[in-house]
Write a new protein. Structure first.
Lengths: 251, 251
DNA sequence: CTTTCAGTTTGATCCACATCAAAACACAAA
DNA sequence: TTTGTGTTTTGATGTGGATCAAACTGAAAG
C-alpha cells in the first residue's frame, strides 16, 4: 500500500505526455505566443513546443524557487499565480486562462518568483526557454510577439497596482468582473454569463480585500440589479452600470 | 517677449544632443542594458545608443499615449513613472535611478502606458527599439539580458502588489526605504544616508498611502531610533530594526 | 528684509473595510 | 442518511489610515 501511495504522490505532481503541439490548428493561436506568424513559422514553433502537460485542480505547474527553464501556454483550464511572503502571508498576483503565457517571471533570476496553481484540471504547452530564445532570433515575429507579451504583463500589473493603490472595494470588484468578462469574450465565451473558477477569498487576495468584503460587494451589486450571483455562477445584467462604478468613482 | 517664451516652452520639453554613447567606459555598464557583454559587443551597442537626451526636473521623458519607439537607460538623475486614470486619479508606479531602463511598458501596445517624469535634472540614453530588436538577434547576451530586465520589472511589480495588497502602512514605508537603500548601495552610494528625490505625496502615491501617513511613519521611525529625517535627507540608524518591521509584521 | 508658496508635520475626527462571530449552504465521504 | 469540511453570507463591532484642519519650515521671489 505504501508504494502505490508514494507513486501517486510523485505522479500527481505532473503528468507529462510527449505530444506534438498543433499550433497551426489550435484555436487559441491568435491569442497565444505564435500570434501573427506564417504557416512555415508555425511549423518551427510546433517543433519547439512539444510537451503537453496536464495539471489537475489544486496542483502546481511550478513553485516559487524552482529552477526556471520554460514558459507555459495555457491550453485549457485556469490558473492562479501566488506569491508567498516570508512570514506566510500570501497574495494572488494574477489569474491565467487559455491562450495566456505563464512563467515569464522566472527569466530574470533563473528561478520562479511565484507558484502557479491550477484552479481546475488544466493543460499547458511547455515552451523551453532556451529554444524560445534561439527561435526568436530566427523569427522576427516571434521575438516581437514575445516582447509584447512580457510588456503587456508589465502593463497588466501596473493596472493592478492602480486597483490596489487608489480604488475602493466596489470599484476593484467591478473592474475585476469586467476584466474577466472581456477576456472570456475574446475567447469566444459569453461575456455576460460565466463561472468563477476561484473562491471569494482568492478574489479578495488578488484585489487586496477580505473575502467578506467581496461577498458583500456581490450582494450589493445583486441588490442594485447589476449582476446575478449564485455560488460561482455570475450573470452580468447591467454591464454599463458596472462600468460606471469603476469609471466614475460612484458610491 | 511672447516669442522667447514660446521657444522656451518648446525647447524645455526635450533637449536632444547627438552624442556617441560610451557604454564601454560608463560606470553603470554592469547595471544597465549591456551588462555582461564583451568589448566587441559593446562597440555594437554603442552604435545603437547614440542619443543622449537631457530632461530637466519636472519635465517628462514620455507621456502615456505617445508613440513608443525607444526604451531609455537612465544615465543620471531620477524619474518617477505615473499612470493617470480616466477620472484624474493617478498613481506613481515606480521610481527609476541611474542604470535602470525606462519605457518597456510601451512595447506591448506600441504606445506608452505611463508618464515618465524627471524628479531632478536627468540624462538618459535613448535606445531605438527596432535597433534593439535587430541587435538582440545578433548578440545572444543582449537578448538574454533584455529579457531579464523585462522579467525583473514583472517581478518588481508583483512585489509592489504585495506591498499594496497585504502590508500595513509602516511595513510599506520600511520596505520602501530599504529598497532605496539597497539600490543606492548597488550604485556605490551610501546605503545609510541619502536624499529622497520625491515628495511625501509621491511616496504615498507609490505605496497607496496619503502623504500624512508617510509623514507620521517617518516621525514614528525617528522616535523609535530607526532613522533620522530632515526634509528630504534620510539617515538610517538601525537598518535591522527597519528590516524587522517589514519582515515580521511588527506593530 | 518680507512675502509667498510648496511641502511637511501634527492633532482631531471619521469611515471604509477588517475582524469577529454565527448561521446557511454545497458537496463529498462514510 | 449522517457527518464533515470548505465556502459563502450576513450581522455587529473595531480600527488603521483617510480626511479635515491648522501650524510650521525652508527656499525662492520680490
Amino acid at each position: 500500500m505504501a508504494q502505490p501511495e508514494l507513486a501517486r504522490q510523485q505522479n500527481t505532481q505532473l503528468v507529462l505526455a510527449e505530444l506534438k503541439a498543433a499550433c497551426a490548428t489550435c484555436n487559441l493561436r491568435e491569442l497565444c505566443l505564435p500570434a501573427g506568424l506564417s504557416n512555415e513559422e508555425l511549423d518551427q514553433i510546433e517543433a519547439m513546443v512539444n510537451i503537453c502537460r496536464k495539471i489537475r485542480r489544486g496542483e502546481t505547474l511550478y513553485r516559487a524557487g524552482e529552477v526556471f527553464d520554460a514558459v507555459y501556454a495555457v491550453r485549457s483550464g485556469f490558473f492562479k499565480s501566488r506569491v508567498t511572503y516570508e512570514d506566510g502571508r500570501d497574495q494572488v498576483t494574477g489569474f491565467s486562462m487559455a491562450g495566456e503565457i505563464l512563467g515569464m517571471d522566472g527569466i530574470g533570476q533563473g528561478s520562479h518568483n511565484c507558484d502557479a496553481v491550477a484552479l481546475e484540471d488544466s493543460e499547458v504547452c511547455s515552451i523551453p526557454y532556451t529554444r524560445l530564445e534561439e527561435l526568436s532570433r530566427e523569427i522576427d515575429g516571434l521575438q516581437r510577439h514575445f516582447h509584447k507579451l512580457m510588456s503587456r504583463e508589465i502593463v497588466r500589473e501596473s493596472g493592478v497596482m492602480m486597483l490596489l493603490g487608489v480604488m475602493r472595494a466596489e470599484e476593484r470588484i467591478a473592474a475585476f468582473l469586467l476584466n474577466l468578462s472581456q477576456r472570456l469574450n475574446a475567447r469566444g465565451y459569453s461575456p455576460l454569463e460565466f463561472h468563477l473558477r476561484m473562491t471569494r477569498e482568492e478574489i479578495g487576495s488578488y484585489l487586496g480585500l477580505k473575502l467578506e468584503t467581496v461577498s458583500r460587494a456581490f450582494s450589493k451589486f445583486h441588490k442594485d440589479g447589476l449582476i446575478e450571483v449564485e455560488q460561482k455562477f455570475v450573470r452580468i445584467r447591467n454591464i454599463e452600470g458596472l462600468k460606471q462604478i469603476y469609471a466614475h468613482h460612484v458610491n
